[in-house]
Design a protein around this ligand. Structure first.
Ligand code: ADP
Length: 210
């Protein structure tokens, strides 16, 4: 199994890249998506969150009011810790299940928005960074995601710089061109991932690292 960490700033094109890699056969693990799934209505995760935070964090339809939870935990480190104590192990379990279900020769791509910020490069065999000029990020976030320019700028400013991301990358995918340009770049990266996965599978367990 080849473990690939995929990261990039908000609006850089990470989701487009992970979709393309998934189309090639990668097993994509999206940490943010899993974090939402483990607290869906009817889950033990949601029951635990309600036991901790009360009914006030529920929406009328029974789903979790994420804005409400956010406003509680971002103002109080202890409450954030309590939330993480519930959610992190559930996310870890689900990730492990997905990994166990992946075939031995799988290329597993972890979509980790804060890989650089949380210093997680060491967990992966390969780090792929999607890199986009800030002006392009702003343009995509305002035109396609309906964010205000101010909100988009502050989200970008709260994340790692392009330089910090590039410094930990094995592959930098420049997404300043068209979607077709991006697809071609992803295809080239996929070829490299495949050869790395083959080399890793061929190396016998006791062999010295190359
Ligand atoms: P991320 O997951 O990194 O936040 P997305 O992949 O969702 O970013 O991309 C943000 C938006 O920009 C999406 O609507 C996406 O379709 C669009 N987008 C991504 N790459 C390009 C590109 N090269 N040209 C035009 N639009 C793009």
């Amino acid at each position: 199994m080849l473990r690939v960490g995929l990261t990039g700033g908000i609006g850089s094109g990470k989701s487009e890249v992970s979709r393309r890699l998934s189309g090639h056969g990668a097993v994509v693990i999206d940490a943010d998506k899993i974090a939402r799934e483990v607290v869906e209505p009817g889950t033990p995760g949601l029951a635990a969150v309600v036991a901790e935070f009360g009914d006030e964090v529920l929406l009328p339809d029974g789903g979790l009011d994420r804005d409400k939870v956010g406003s509680i935990v971002f103002a109080d480190a202890e409450r954030l810790k309590a939330l993480n104590t519930i959610v992190h192990p559930l996310v870890g379990e689900r990730m492990q299940e997905l990994m166990d279900a992946a075939p031995e020769d799988a290329i597993v791509v972890y979509d980790v928005p804060l890989l650089t910020e949380n210093d997680l490069a060491g967990f992966y065999d390969v780090v792929v960074v999607v890199d986009t000029p800030v002006e392009t990020q702003l343009d995509r976030l305002t035109s396609r995601r309906g964010m205000t320019e101010e909100a988009a700028r502050s989200r970008i400013a709260a994340q790692a710089t392009r330089e910090a991301r590039r410094a930990i990358a094995d592959h930098v995918i420049d997404n300043s061109g068209t979607i077709d340009d991006l697809k071609a770049k992803v295809d080239a990266v996929w070829e490299d991932l495949r050869s790395r996965a083959e080399a890793k599978a061929a190396a016998k367990p006791g062999d010295p690292a190359p």
